[in-house]
Design a protein around this ligand. Structure first.
Ligand code: CA
Length: 510
Protein backbone atom coordinates (compact mmCIF):
# COMPACT_ATOMS: atom_id res chain seq x y z
CA UNK A 1 0.00 0.00 0.00
CA UNK A 2 1.25 3.50 -0.79
CA UNK A 3 2.21 5.17 2.49
CA UNK A 4 -0.02 8.09 3.54
CA UNK A 5 2.35 9.57 6.05
CA UNK A 6 6.03 9.56 6.87
CA UNK A 7 7.46 9.15 10.38
CA UNK A 8 11.19 9.82 10.64
CA UNK A 9 12.16 8.45 14.04
CA UNK A 10 10.46 5.67 16.03
CA UNK A 11 10.22 8.09 18.99
CA UNK A 12 8.15 10.59 16.97
CA UNK A 13 4.52 11.22 17.94
CA UNK A 14 3.75 13.08 14.68
CA UNK A 15 4.25 12.26 10.98
CA UNK A 16 3.79 14.28 7.79
CA UNK A 17 1.21 13.68 5.06
CA UNK A 18 2.79 12.40 1.84
CA UNK A 19 0.10 12.54 -0.93
CA UNK A 20 -0.04 15.75 -3.00
CA UNK A 21 -3.83 15.77 -2.46
CA UNK A 22 -3.41 15.37 1.32
CA UNK A 23 -5.02 12.76 3.60
CA UNK A 24 -8.82 12.79 3.51
CA UNK A 25 -11.03 12.49 6.60
CA UNK A 26 -11.24 8.86 7.75
CA UNK A 27 -8.41 7.58 5.56
CA UNK A 28 -6.39 5.02 7.47
CA UNK A 29 -2.73 4.00 7.51
CA UNK A 30 -0.84 1.89 10.06
CA UNK A 31 -4.11 1.66 12.05
CA UNK A 32 -4.41 5.43 12.42
CA UNK A 33 -7.45 7.14 10.86
CA UNK A 34 -7.35 10.85 10.00
CA UNK A 35 -9.84 12.79 12.15
CA UNK A 36 -9.78 15.72 9.74
CA UNK A 37 -8.29 16.62 6.37
CA UNK A 38 -4.47 16.82 6.56
CA UNK A 39 -2.84 18.79 3.68
CA UNK A 40 0.37 17.49 2.15
CA UNK A 41 3.46 18.12 4.35
CA UNK A 42 1.32 18.91 7.40
CA UNK A 43 1.51 16.84 10.55
CA UNK A 44 -0.82 14.10 11.77
CA UNK A 45 -0.72 12.95 15.41
CA UNK A 46 0.47 9.32 15.51
CA UNK A 47 0.42 8.89 19.32
CA UNK A 48 -1.84 10.88 21.67
CA UNK A 49 -0.12 13.97 23.14
CA UNK A 50 -1.39 15.62 26.33
CA UNK A 51 -1.28 19.37 26.90
CA UNK A 52 2.19 20.33 28.16
CA UNK A 53 3.89 17.28 26.63
CA UNK A 54 6.49 17.36 23.89
CA UNK A 55 5.62 17.15 20.21
CA UNK A 56 8.42 14.97 18.86
CA UNK A 57 9.78 14.85 15.29
CA UNK A 58 13.30 13.72 14.22
CA UNK A 59 13.36 12.15 17.73
CA UNK A 60 13.64 15.70 19.14
CA UNK A 61 11.18 18.04 20.84
CA UNK A 62 9.95 20.48 18.20
CA UNK A 63 7.38 22.11 20.50
CA UNK A 64 5.14 21.83 23.53
CA UNK A 65 1.46 20.95 23.06
CA UNK A 66 -0.91 23.76 24.07
CA UNK A 67 -3.84 21.34 24.35
CA UNK A 68 -4.54 17.60 24.24
CA UNK A 69 -3.84 16.38 20.73
CA UNK A 70 -5.81 13.30 19.73
CA UNK A 71 -4.62 10.42 17.57
CA UNK A 72 -5.21 11.17 13.88
CA UNK A 73 -5.77 14.90 14.27
CA UNK A 74 -3.94 17.62 12.38
CA UNK A 75 -1.36 19.80 14.13
CA UNK A 76 -2.27 23.46 13.69
CA UNK A 77 0.16 26.33 14.22
CA UNK A 78 -1.37 27.40 17.56
CA UNK A 79 -1.40 23.81 18.88
CA UNK A 80 2.33 23.97 19.54
CA UNK A 81 4.46 26.52 21.35
CA UNK A 82 8.18 27.11 20.88
CA UNK A 83 10.42 25.31 23.40
CA UNK A 84 13.29 27.14 25.07
CA UNK A 85 16.39 27.23 22.83
CA UNK A 86 19.25 24.93 23.89
CA UNK A 87 21.44 26.76 26.42
CA UNK A 88 24.86 27.72 25.07
CA UNK A 89 26.50 27.30 28.47
CA UNK A 90 26.65 23.54 28.95
CA UNK A 91 26.86 22.04 25.48
CA UNK A 92 28.89 18.86 24.89
CA UNK A 93 32.15 19.84 23.18
CA UNK A 94 33.49 17.42 20.63
CA UNK A 95 32.15 14.37 22.50
CA UNK A 96 30.97 12.33 19.50
CA UNK A 97 33.37 13.13 16.68
CA UNK A 98 32.47 10.91 13.73
CA UNK A 99 35.23 8.62 12.47
CA UNK A 100 36.48 9.65 9.01
CA UNK A 101 34.64 7.83 6.21
CA UNK A 102 36.71 5.88 3.66
CA UNK A 103 38.29 8.25 1.11
CA UNK A 104 36.76 8.42 -2.37
CA UNK A 105 39.40 8.44 -5.08
CA UNK A 106 39.28 9.18 -8.77
CA UNK A 107 36.43 11.71 -9.05
CA UNK A 108 37.29 14.73 -11.16
CA UNK A 109 35.71 17.71 -12.88
CA UNK A 110 36.83 20.05 -15.63
CA UNK A 111 37.86 23.26 -13.88
CA UNK A 112 39.97 26.39 -14.37
CA UNK A 113 43.17 26.47 -12.35
CA UNK A 114 44.27 29.88 -11.07
CA UNK A 115 47.71 31.24 -10.21
CA UNK A 116 46.71 31.59 -6.54
CA UNK A 117 45.92 27.87 -6.30
CA UNK A 118 42.14 28.24 -6.40
CA UNK A 119 40.03 26.46 -9.01
CA UNK A 120 37.11 27.96 -10.90
CA UNK A 121 34.00 26.27 -12.24
CA UNK A 122 33.25 29.14 -14.65
CA UNK A 123 35.28 31.74 -16.51
CA UNK A 124 33.93 35.23 -15.89
CA UNK A 125 35.17 38.78 -15.90
CA UNK A 126 34.23 40.30 -12.54
CA UNK A 127 34.02 44.07 -12.19
CA UNK A 128 34.42 44.86 -8.49
CA UNK A 129 32.94 48.10 -7.19
CA UNK A 130 33.76 49.97 -4.01
CA UNK A 131 30.49 51.83 -3.66
CA UNK A 132 26.87 51.84 -4.80
CA UNK A 133 27.33 55.26 -6.47
CA UNK A 134 29.13 53.64 -9.42
CA UNK A 135 26.64 50.78 -9.91
CA UNK A 136 24.46 52.27 -12.69
CA UNK A 137 27.55 53.39 -14.63
CA UNK A 138 29.10 49.93 -14.35
CA UNK A 139 25.80 48.32 -15.35
CA UNK A 140 25.67 50.61 -18.39
CA UNK A 141 29.20 49.65 -19.41
CA UNK A 142 28.55 45.94 -18.82
CA UNK A 143 25.45 46.03 -21.03
CA UNK A 144 27.53 47.43 -23.88
CA UNK A 145 30.43 45.06 -23.17
CA UNK A 146 28.12 42.06 -23.34
CA UNK A 147 26.67 43.04 -26.69
CA UNK A 148 29.73 44.58 -28.38
CA UNK A 149 32.83 42.98 -26.87
CA UNK A 150 32.12 39.66 -25.13
CA UNK A 151 31.20 37.85 -28.40
CA UNK A 152 34.86 38.28 -29.48
CA UNK A 153 36.04 36.25 -26.46
CA UNK A 154 34.28 32.88 -26.84
CA UNK A 155 36.08 31.22 -23.92
CA UNK A 156 34.67 33.71 -21.42
CA UNK A 157 31.27 32.78 -20.00
CA UNK A 158 30.06 36.11 -18.69
CA UNK A 159 30.81 39.59 -17.40
CA UNK A 160 29.56 40.19 -13.87
CA UNK A 161 29.14 43.62 -12.27
CA UNK A 162 29.72 43.09 -8.55
CA UNK A 163 27.44 45.95 -7.57
CA UNK A 164 26.00 46.29 -4.08
CA UNK A 165 24.48 48.80 -1.67
CA UNK A 166 27.54 49.27 0.57
CA UNK A 167 30.61 51.51 0.44
CA UNK A 168 29.63 54.91 1.82
CA UNK A 169 27.26 56.54 4.30
CA UNK A 170 28.34 53.92 6.81
CA UNK A 171 30.31 53.93 10.07
CA UNK A 172 33.25 52.26 8.38
CA UNK A 173 35.34 51.87 11.56
CA UNK A 174 32.49 50.28 13.56
CA UNK A 175 33.14 46.59 14.34
CA UNK A 176 30.21 45.46 12.18
CA UNK A 177 31.71 47.08 9.06
CA UNK A 178 34.40 44.41 8.86
CA UNK A 179 31.74 41.90 7.75
CA UNK A 180 30.54 43.53 4.50
CA UNK A 181 34.09 44.66 3.64
CA UNK A 182 35.74 41.26 3.92
CA UNK A 183 32.74 39.63 2.20
CA UNK A 184 33.13 41.97 -0.72
CA UNK A 185 36.90 41.51 -0.90
CA UNK A 186 36.69 37.72 -1.05
CA UNK A 187 33.87 37.80 -3.62
CA UNK A 188 35.84 40.24 -5.77
CA UNK A 189 38.81 37.85 -5.74
CA UNK A 190 36.60 34.89 -6.66
CA UNK A 191 38.12 31.80 -8.26
CA UNK A 192 35.63 32.00 -11.16
CA UNK A 193 37.04 35.42 -12.06
CA UNK A 194 40.60 34.12 -12.04
CA UNK A 195 41.06 35.78 -8.63
CA UNK A 196 41.71 39.06 -10.47
CA UNK A 197 38.83 41.53 -10.92
CA UNK A 198 38.74 44.85 -12.68
CA UNK A 199 38.04 47.53 -10.01
CA UNK A 200 35.75 50.57 -10.35
CA UNK A 201 35.73 53.27 -7.67
CA UNK A 202 33.98 56.64 -7.39
CA UNK A 203 36.80 58.56 -5.69
CA UNK A 204 35.39 60.19 -2.55
CA UNK A 205 33.77 57.10 -0.97
CA UNK A 206 34.56 55.78 2.49
CA UNK A 207 35.44 52.33 1.17
CA UNK A 208 38.52 53.29 -0.83
CA UNK A 209 40.00 50.58 -3.11
CA UNK A 210 43.05 50.38 -0.80
CA UNK A 211 40.75 49.59 2.09
CA UNK A 212 38.67 47.05 0.20
CA UNK A 213 41.74 45.25 -1.14
CA UNK A 214 43.89 45.30 1.94
CA UNK A 215 45.89 42.18 2.65
CA UNK A 216 45.10 40.23 5.82
CA UNK A 217 48.61 38.81 6.06
CA UNK A 218 51.10 41.49 5.02
CA UNK A 219 50.30 44.22 7.56
CA UNK A 220 47.42 45.70 5.59
CA UNK A 221 49.41 46.28 2.37
CA UNK A 222 47.23 46.89 -0.72
CA UNK A 223 46.78 43.78 -2.85
CA UNK A 224 48.46 43.65 -6.30
CA UNK A 225 45.03 43.77 -7.96
CA UNK A 226 45.21 47.57 -7.50
CA UNK A 227 48.08 47.90 -9.97
CA UNK A 228 47.80 50.81 -12.39
CA UNK A 229 45.38 50.36 -15.26
CA UNK A 230 43.24 47.93 -13.28
CA UNK A 231 41.34 50.59 -11.30
CA UNK A 232 38.96 53.02 -13.00
CA UNK A 233 38.21 56.03 -10.80
CA UNK A 234 35.10 57.86 -11.99
CA UNK A 235 35.94 61.26 -10.50
CA UNK A 236 39.24 61.22 -12.42
CA UNK A 237 37.51 60.74 -15.79
CA UNK A 238 36.37 63.60 -18.06
CA UNK A 239 32.64 62.81 -18.21
CA UNK A 240 30.32 59.85 -18.55
CA UNK A 241 31.22 58.73 -22.08
CA UNK A 242 34.92 58.81 -21.20
CA UNK A 243 34.26 56.80 -18.03
CA UNK A 244 32.35 54.12 -19.92
CA UNK A 245 35.09 53.97 -22.49
CA UNK A 246 37.77 53.61 -19.77
CA UNK A 247 35.85 50.74 -18.19
CA UNK A 248 35.37 49.09 -21.59
CA UNK A 249 39.06 49.39 -22.51
CA UNK A 250 40.21 47.94 -19.19
CA UNK A 251 37.59 45.19 -19.52
CA UNK A 252 38.73 44.31 -23.03
CA UNK A 253 42.33 43.89 -21.82
CA UNK A 254 41.21 41.59 -19.04
CA UNK A 255 38.90 39.64 -21.36
CA UNK A 256 41.90 38.93 -23.55
CA UNK A 257 43.67 37.29 -20.59
CA UNK A 258 40.58 35.38 -19.44
CA UNK A 259 40.02 34.09 -22.95
CA UNK A 260 43.29 32.13 -22.63
CA UNK A 261 42.01 30.16 -19.63
CA UNK A 262 40.99 26.60 -20.39
CA UNK A 263 39.35 23.76 -18.51
CA UNK A 264 41.50 20.87 -17.31
CA UNK A 265 40.79 17.79 -15.18
CA UNK A 266 40.84 18.72 -11.48
CA UNK A 267 40.24 16.41 -8.53
CA UNK A 268 36.84 16.73 -6.80
CA UNK A 269 38.81 17.91 -3.76
CA UNK A 270 39.03 21.35 -5.43
CA UNK A 271 35.29 21.85 -5.10
CA UNK A 272 34.03 24.23 -2.45
CA UNK A 273 30.29 23.62 -2.28
CA UNK A 274 27.99 26.02 -0.43
CA UNK A 275 24.74 24.51 0.83
CA UNK A 276 21.64 26.40 1.81
CA UNK A 277 17.88 26.07 1.86
CA UNK A 278 15.15 28.56 1.02
CA UNK A 279 11.39 28.25 1.10
CA UNK A 280 11.73 25.07 3.15
CA UNK A 281 8.80 22.83 4.00
CA UNK A 282 8.19 19.82 6.22
CA UNK A 283 9.56 17.51 3.50
CA UNK A 284 12.88 19.36 3.28
CA UNK A 285 14.25 17.54 6.33
CA UNK A 286 13.40 14.08 4.98
CA UNK A 287 13.99 14.34 1.24
CA UNK A 288 16.20 17.07 -0.27
CA UNK A 289 18.27 17.95 2.79
CA UNK A 290 19.26 14.34 3.67
CA UNK A 291 20.03 13.69 -0.03
CA UNK A 292 22.24 16.80 -0.06
CA UNK A 293 23.73 15.58 3.24
CA UNK A 294 24.63 12.27 1.63
CA UNK A 295 26.20 14.12 -1.32
CA UNK A 296 28.04 16.29 1.23
CA UNK A 297 29.51 13.16 2.82
CA UNK A 298 30.66 11.95 -0.62
CA UNK A 299 32.25 15.35 -1.29
CA UNK A 300 34.04 15.29 2.06
CA UNK A 301 35.23 11.75 1.34
CA UNK A 302 36.59 13.04 -1.99
CA UNK A 303 38.53 15.72 -0.12
CA UNK A 304 36.30 18.67 -1.05
CA UNK A 305 35.13 21.53 1.14
CA UNK A 306 31.43 21.70 2.07
CA UNK A 307 29.91 24.76 3.71
CA UNK A 308 26.72 24.73 5.73
CA UNK A 309 25.43 27.99 7.13
CA UNK A 310 22.32 29.90 8.27
CA UNK A 311 22.81 30.52 11.99
CA UNK A 312 19.11 30.83 12.91
CA UNK A 313 18.46 27.48 11.25
CA UNK A 314 21.24 25.81 13.18
CA UNK A 315 20.69 27.47 16.57
CA UNK A 316 17.96 25.09 17.77
CA UNK A 317 19.96 22.05 16.72
CA UNK A 318 23.28 23.25 18.13
CA UNK A 319 23.26 20.51 20.79
CA UNK A 320 23.45 17.99 17.92
CA UNK A 321 26.37 19.79 16.26
CA UNK A 322 28.85 20.69 19.02
CA UNK A 323 29.48 16.98 19.73
CA UNK A 324 30.44 16.60 16.03
CA UNK A 325 33.07 19.35 16.11
CA UNK A 326 36.50 17.83 15.42
CA UNK A 327 38.02 19.58 18.47
CA UNK A 328 36.63 21.40 21.55
CA UNK A 329 38.05 24.64 20.12
CA UNK A 330 35.93 24.21 16.97
CA UNK A 331 32.88 23.46 19.15
CA UNK A 332 33.55 26.72 21.02
CA UNK A 333 33.79 28.57 17.68
CA UNK A 334 30.33 27.23 16.82
CA UNK A 335 28.97 28.43 20.16
CA UNK A 336 30.62 31.84 19.65
CA UNK A 337 28.71 32.25 16.38
CA UNK A 338 25.40 31.23 17.99
CA UNK A 339 25.92 33.66 20.87
CA UNK A 340 26.89 36.53 18.57
CA UNK A 341 23.70 36.02 16.59
CA UNK A 342 21.50 35.71 19.70
CA UNK A 343 22.88 39.10 20.78
CA UNK A 344 22.49 40.59 17.31
CA UNK A 345 18.81 39.57 17.23
CA UNK A 346 18.26 40.82 20.79
CA UNK A 347 19.74 44.24 19.86
CA UNK A 348 17.15 44.41 17.07
CA UNK A 349 14.32 43.52 19.47
CA UNK A 350 13.82 40.07 17.91
CA UNK A 351 14.66 36.45 18.59
CA UNK A 352 14.90 33.20 16.63
CA UNK A 353 11.11 32.97 16.35
CA UNK A 354 11.37 35.71 13.69
CA UNK A 355 12.70 33.10 11.26
CA UNK A 356 9.88 31.00 9.74
CA UNK A 357 8.05 32.61 6.81
CA UNK A 358 4.34 32.29 5.96
CA UNK A 359 5.45 29.90 3.19
CA UNK A 360 7.38 27.71 5.65
CA UNK A 361 4.22 27.43 7.75
CA UNK A 362 2.03 26.73 4.73
CA UNK A 363 4.57 24.00 3.95
CA UNK A 364 3.85 22.35 7.28
CA UNK A 365 6.72 23.67 9.40
CA UNK A 366 5.46 24.46 12.91
CA UNK A 367 8.36 26.67 13.96
CA UNK A 368 12.10 27.34 13.72
CA UNK A 369 12.96 24.26 15.80
CA UNK A 370 11.36 21.93 13.27
CA UNK A 371 12.97 23.97 10.49
CA UNK A 372 16.42 23.72 12.10
CA UNK A 373 16.22 19.96 12.65
CA UNK A 374 15.44 19.54 8.96
CA UNK A 375 18.01 22.11 7.90
CA UNK A 376 21.03 20.49 9.53
CA UNK A 377 20.42 17.28 7.58
CA UNK A 378 22.27 19.08 4.76
CA UNK A 379 25.44 18.84 6.83
CA UNK A 380 25.56 15.06 6.41
CA UNK A 381 27.33 12.97 9.01
CA UNK A 382 31.01 13.91 9.04
CA UNK A 383 33.03 15.83 11.64
CA UNK A 384 32.89 19.64 11.57
CA UNK A 385 36.44 20.65 10.62
CA UNK A 386 36.29 24.42 11.10
CA UNK A 387 34.11 27.48 11.57
CA UNK A 388 34.36 30.59 9.38
CA UNK A 389 32.81 33.72 10.82
CA UNK A 390 30.65 36.09 8.72
CA UNK A 391 32.38 36.94 5.45
CA UNK A 392 35.50 34.95 6.24
CA UNK A 393 36.89 32.54 3.66
CA UNK A 394 36.81 28.85 4.58
CA UNK A 395 40.36 27.75 5.30
CA UNK A 396 40.07 23.98 5.71
CA UNK A 397 38.77 21.13 3.64
CA UNK A 398 35.96 18.91 4.86
CA UNK A 399 32.76 20.10 6.51
CA UNK A 400 32.85 23.77 7.51
CA UNK A 401 30.25 25.83 9.32
CA UNK A 402 30.33 29.21 7.58
CA UNK A 403 28.29 31.60 9.71
CA UNK A 404 25.71 33.54 7.68
CA UNK A 405 22.19 34.81 8.19
CA UNK A 406 19.53 32.43 6.82
CA UNK A 407 18.28 35.04 4.32
CA UNK A 408 18.76 33.33 0.95
CA UNK A 409 20.39 36.19 -0.91
CA UNK A 410 22.63 37.22 2.02
CA UNK A 411 23.66 33.64 2.77
CA UNK A 412 24.45 33.13 -0.91
CA UNK A 413 26.54 36.30 -1.03
CA UNK A 414 28.49 35.30 2.07
CA UNK A 415 29.10 31.75 0.86
CA UNK A 416 30.47 33.29 -2.37
CA UNK A 417 33.53 34.28 -0.32
CA UNK A 418 34.57 30.61 -0.58
CA UNK A 419 32.34 28.49 -2.79
CA UNK A 420 32.72 27.63 -6.45
CA UNK A 421 29.44 25.69 -6.59
CA UNK A 422 26.11 26.24 -4.81
CA UNK A 423 23.31 23.83 -3.88
CA UNK A 424 19.96 25.30 -2.91
CA UNK A 425 17.17 23.13 -1.53
CA UNK A 426 13.57 24.31 -1.63
CA UNK A 427 10.06 23.12 -0.83
CA UNK A 428 7.94 26.12 -1.68
CA UNK A 429 10.16 27.02 -4.67
CA UNK A 430 12.38 29.98 -5.56
CA UNK A 431 13.89 30.94 -8.93
CA UNK A 432 17.07 31.98 -7.03
CA UNK A 433 20.37 32.20 -8.88
CA UNK A 434 23.79 33.85 -8.57
CA UNK A 435 25.91 35.43 -11.28
CA UNK A 436 29.28 34.22 -9.97
CA UNK A 437 28.59 30.49 -9.46
CA UNK A 438 26.16 27.87 -10.76
CA UNK A 439 23.23 27.27 -8.38
CA UNK A 440 21.76 23.77 -8.41
CA UNK A 441 18.19 23.84 -7.17
CA UNK A 442 16.90 20.71 -5.47
CA UNK A 443 13.19 20.26 -4.70
CA UNK A 444 11.81 18.65 -1.55
CA UNK A 445 8.65 17.49 -3.32
CA UNK A 446 8.03 15.97 -6.73
CA UNK A 447 4.96 18.21 -7.10
CA UNK A 448 7.26 21.27 -7.11
CA UNK A 449 9.65 19.69 -9.64
CA UNK A 450 6.61 18.95 -11.86
CA UNK A 451 5.16 22.45 -11.49
CA UNK A 452 8.54 24.09 -12.20
CA UNK A 453 10.28 21.73 -14.65
CA UNK A 454 12.28 24.65 -16.08
CA UNK A 455 13.60 25.94 -12.74
CA UNK A 456 14.26 22.89 -10.55
CA UNK A 457 17.47 21.05 -11.47
CA UNK A 458 17.01 17.98 -9.32
CA UNK A 459 14.00 16.34 -7.67
CA UNK A 460 14.60 14.72 -4.29
CA UNK A 461 10.86 14.38 -3.62
CA UNK A 462 10.87 10.77 -4.78
CA UNK A 463 12.45 9.82 -1.44
CA UNK A 464 9.15 10.55 0.35
CA UNK A 465 7.25 7.66 -1.18
CA UNK A 466 10.12 5.23 -0.84
CA UNK A 467 10.57 5.13 -4.63
CA UNK A 468 14.25 6.04 -4.16
CA UNK A 469 16.61 5.95 -1.20
CA UNK A 470 18.48 8.89 0.30
CA UNK A 471 21.75 7.17 -0.70
CA UNK A 472 20.80 6.63 -4.36
CA UNK A 473 19.45 10.16 -4.67
CA UNK A 474 22.51 11.65 -2.94
CA UNK A 475 24.82 9.72 -5.26
CA UNK A 476 22.96 11.03 -8.34
CA UNK A 477 23.19 14.55 -6.99
CA UNK A 478 26.95 14.16 -6.44
CA UNK A 479 27.33 13.18 -10.14
CA UNK A 480 25.25 16.20 -11.15
CA UNK A 481 27.51 18.48 -9.08
CA UNK A 482 30.59 17.23 -10.94
CA UNK A 483 28.82 17.79 -14.28
CA UNK A 484 27.73 21.32 -13.37
CA UNK A 485 31.20 22.13 -12.04
CA UNK A 486 32.53 21.01 -15.45
CA UNK A 487 30.29 23.42 -17.36
CA UNK A 488 26.80 21.92 -17.59
CA UNK A 489 24.28 24.75 -17.23
CA UNK A 490 21.74 24.96 -14.43
CA UNK A 491 18.25 26.30 -15.10
CA UNK A 492 19.07 29.60 -13.39
CA UNK A 493 22.04 29.96 -15.77
CA UNK A 494 19.92 28.96 -18.75
CA UNK A 495 17.52 31.83 -18.02
CA UNK A 496 20.25 34.20 -16.79
CA UNK A 497 18.72 34.51 -13.30
CA UNK A 498 21.03 36.18 -10.82
CA UNK A 499 19.96 37.71 -7.52
CA UNK A 500 21.59 40.96 -6.46
CA UNK A 501 24.65 40.79 -4.26
CA UNK A 502 23.15 41.40 -0.81
CA UNK A 503 25.78 42.12 1.84
CA UNK A 504 25.21 41.66 5.57
CA UNK A 505 25.93 44.94 7.32
CA UNK A 506 25.31 44.73 11.06
CA UNK A 507 27.13 48.07 11.50
CA UNK A 508 25.49 51.51 11.70
CA UNK A 509 24.56 53.58 8.65
CA UNK A 510 25.35 57.30 8.93
CA1 CA B 1 18.26 30.40 3.32
Amino acid sequence: MTPLFLRINPADNVAIAIPAEGIGYGMEFEGIAAREFIPQAHKIVTAPIEAGQSVVRYGQTIGIANRDLRLGSRIWEDDVRLPVAPSLDHLPLSTAVPEPLPPLEGFTFQGYRNADGSVGTRNVLAIATTVQCVAPTVDYAVKRLKSEVLPHFPNVDDIVALTHSYGCGVAIDAPGAAIPIRTLRHISLHANAGAWPLVVSLGCEKLQPERLFRSDSTAGAPLPVLESGNVVRLQSEPGFAATVSAIMQAAERRLGQLNCRYREPCPASELVVGLQCGGSDAFSGVTCNPAVGYAADLLVRAGATVLFSEVTEVRDAIHLLTPRAATPAIARDLIREMRWYDEYLARGGADRSANPTPGNKRGGLANVVEKALGSIAKAGSTAIRSVATHGEKASTRGLVFAATPASDFICGAQQLTSMNLHVFTTGEGSPYGLAMVPVIKVSSRTSLAERWPDLIDFDAGIIATGAASVEETGRQLFRLLLDVASGRKTWAQHWGLANALALFNPGPVT
